[in-house]
Design a protein around this ligand. Structure first.
Ligand code: 13P
Ligand code: SF4
Length: 370
């Protein structure tokens, strides 16, 4: 009698196949599974993966698509926190599959729920939480389900780079202070859009008492920003902006808001991955763009818009190594195992974490209003 493990096809079998064989087999598996499967792909996925996606989008769009599909299997070509969100928003009978479990996000790993709870308790001890002030926790989508659940049970919300401005606007009307995790840059850039000065923002370092701040600094702050960042977007520097403006006269600089405050301030425009795509696609033929985001998106956009001059803002490769973990081989492996009735690499969020994180995600979707 064969065991479950024996029934699962090993990934090694796929590593020796040619690119063409892999592509043909992915399509054959999809054909066989029909409407039982949907393949979702984030904009940062490589070309040889994204070509197989039924639907693509930024992290917000993918979460909405996951909540709307009726497919039995959602094969998620993105990173772990995105697949988790798809499972939280999906229907009870659906199963979410991440073709490579190594596809994480280093920024999301910079905040654990224990650290966040400890920070919240420290703020309560000095009277910032639980006193007369209203404090809201807001987490970037790039965080664990446990942190989303923390926000769900504390009147907070999840946001993405495409709706952060809208959600901050609504929360700032009702709350005196916001605690934002884990991307300090998105938090700072979004706060600045509302005229919040840098002197009204403090950074919370989870390794230090009171996050490395005094009680007075925390009391005066409008925004408390978790000390996290994206290593990919952190590679764009101010001098890149100066250099490209010098080298390419008339260039417009368009960056993702995970870039530092200084880079965003020097740029012409900033927004989510979908915003970047829409802006460039709608731009005048002949216009010149320097884009500060992940290289796979930028090179694909350059191919799709040959009538525009498109540069990657930094000369070195700004690639998200964990997004890149999703390969045609791992996608083919996951799909063919599904055909054989084996669900591999399922991402499942359970119990109270699922219920409470769903509150924060649904709050995000309803507040986004689209
Ligand atoms: P988007 O919200 O633009 O999809 O960005 C997600 C992300 O991880 C960017 O690094
Ligand atoms: Fe995470 Fe940065 Fe990769 Fe986005 S680009 S998934 S934030 S490491």
């Amino acid at each position: 009698m064969s065991t479950v493990l024996e029934a699962i096809k090993p990934i090694e079998e796929y590593l020796v196949l040619t690119d063409e064989e892999i592509a043909t087999r992915i399509e054959a598996a999809r054909e066989e599974l029909g409407s039982r499967v949907v393949i979702l792909g984030h904009h940062y996925q490589r070309d040889d993966v994204i070509r197989h996606a039924d639907l693509h989008g930024d992290s917000y769009q993918l979460s909405v698509l996951a909540s709307q599909t009726n497919a039995e299997f959602i094969v998620f070509c993105g990173v772990h926190f995105m697949a988790e969100s798809a499972d939280i928003l999906g229907k009870p009978n659906q199963q979410v599959i991440l073709p490579d479990l190594g596809a994480g996000c280093s920024m999301a790993d910079m905040a654990s729920v224990d650290q966040v709870e400890d920070a919240w308790d420290q703020l309560a001890e000095i009277g910032i939480i639980g006193g007369s002030r209203r404090v809201a926790p807001i987490t970037y989508m790039n965080s664990s389900a446990e942190i989303k659940a923390f926000c769900g049970r504390n009147d907070g919300v999840v946001c993405t780079s495409s709706n952060a401005t809208k959600l901050f606007g609504q929360y700032l009307k009702e709350y005196d202070k916001m605690f934002f995790f884990p991307d300090q840059h998105l938090g700072r850039n979004t706060g600045a859009k509302f005229g919040i000065g840098l002197d009204e923002m403090v950074v919370w370092n989870p390794k230090e008492e009171l996050g490395g701040n005094t009680a007075e600094e925390l009391d005066n702050a409008r925004l408390i920003l978790w000390r996290g960042h994206c290593s990919v977007h952190g590679r764009f520097k101010e001098w890149h902006v100066d250099k490209i403006r010098e080298d390419v006269p008339g260039v417009k600089v368009l960056v993702h808001p995970e870039c530092t405050y200084e880079v965003v301030q020097k740029s012409d425009l900033n927004g989510s991955t979908s915003y970047i795509i829409k802006t460039v696609e709608a731009a005048e033929p002949g216009s010149k763009w320097a884009i500060g985001t992940e290289v796979n998106l930028v090179t694909r956009l350059a191919k799709r818009c040959p009538d525009k001059e498109i540069h990657l803002l930094a000369p070195d490769l700004c690639m998200c190594a964990t997004m890149y973990r999703i390969s045609p081989q791992s996608l083919c492996w996951a799909m063919e195992n599904l055909v054989n009735g084996e669900v591999v690499n399922e991402i499942k969020v359970r119990g109270v974490t699922k219920e409470e994180s769903l509150i924060a995600l649904e709050r995000m979707i309803s507040m986004s209003g689209d």
